[in-house]
Design a protein around this ligand. Structure first.
Ligand code: NDP
Length: 271
């Protein structure tokens, strides 16, 4: 019989939509699962993970601020985790932790399949150089993009990213963002949490620009509203990315891929 206990671990964790989302996946694919939230004190992440799997846990999602420690804890990694040096999904196989990173593919699947946009040959501005940005850069390059510029408040963090990933992207600080138009602008900074606007200028956005905020909430973010005011072609939040990364984790655990568009529609009612 398949084990059926799953959870998301983080700090804070109260806000997480993952339990509702995974129950929607389970309902949609006619699976029977339990999915819990685990609040972990910062010092106790590794022991909380061990406790969860000792209690019969089958799979764990990892969120802020533990994705890097989950990478270090895992003895084996998929190529996306290996590139990002961060893990958001853990499985215990043959007494070894296997770490996956589904964030990047989640973003790509949302943009390609839900939004219907082809990233091939596109000129992309990625704002932010934290964990979320780290997870999406390698999958973006797999889409054969033309150019990627990563703009971050703290240049040294962007330099660290460039050094870790060894991919041909450019970096700049917020003062040096060019005034040219981009095909795609992705906000992977956490500025939207405080309704702050990244340092863009009107010329960065055209009627052809796809603008994507990884953050999501019930109302539009300041970034989304600003992009719309500049006449951006299409503007999206990150709920689709959340659902897509979760669906890949669900498939890894249960061997079946849910219909994400149905779950995305339902989940909007909960934010
Ligand atoms: P991190 O804490 O790892 O990184 C935060 C990033 O935001 C850094 O680049 C940081 O820059 C920048 N930043 C934070 N505050 C400011 C500020 N006041 N002004 C300018 N830059 C700032 O967070 P994550 O990368 O994990 O998350 C980033 C965003 O992506 C969040 O909004 C999160 O909710 C979202 N996210 C969405 C997911 C989804 O599935 N939709 C999945 C994962 C994340 P600096 O280096 O200078 O500190």
């Amino acid at each position: 019989m398949k084990k059926n206990l799953y959870a998301v671990i983080g700090n804070p964790i109260d806000h997480s939509l993952s339990p509702i989302m995974h129950q929607l996946f389970a309902k949609q694919t006619q699976q029977n699962i339990c999915y819990e939230k685990i609040f972990s004190p910062v010092a106790d992440f590794e022991s909380e993970v061990e406790k969860f799997f000792l209690q019969g846990g089958a799979g764990l999602n990892v969120t802020l601020p533990f994705k890097n420690r989950a990478f270090l804890l895992a003895q084996d990694h998929d190529v996306f985790a290996q590139q990002a040096l961060a893990v958001n999904t853990l499985v215990l196989k043959n007494n070894k932790y296997f770490g996956f990173n589904t964030d990047g593919l989640g973003l790509i699947n949302d943009i390609k399949n839900n939004i219907g946009y082809d990233l091939c040959d596109k000129n992309i501005l990625l704002i932010g150089a934290g964990g979320a940005a780290r997870g999406v850069i390698y999958p973006l390059f797999q889409q054969k993009i033309k150019r990627l510029l990563v703009a971050n408040r703290t240049l040294s963090n962007a330099k660290q990213l460039l050094n870790d990933l060894q991919l041909p992207f450019e970096i700049c600080d917020f003062e040096s963002v060019p005034t040219d138009p981009f095909d795609v602008i992705i906000n992977a900074s956490s500025m939207s949490l405080n309704n702050l606007l990244p340092p863009l200028v009107a010329r960065n956005v055209t009627t052809q620009t796809l603008c994507y905020d990884m953050f999501y909430r019930a109302e539009e973010t300041a970034f989304m509203s600003w992009c719309k005011r500049q006449g951006a072609g299409e503007v999206f939040d990150g709920l689709g990315m959340l659902v897509e990364q979760g669906a890949i984790a669900f498939q890894l655990w249960r061997g079946v891929m849910p219909n994400t568009q149905w779950v995305l529609g339902k989940l909007r009612e909960f934010i």
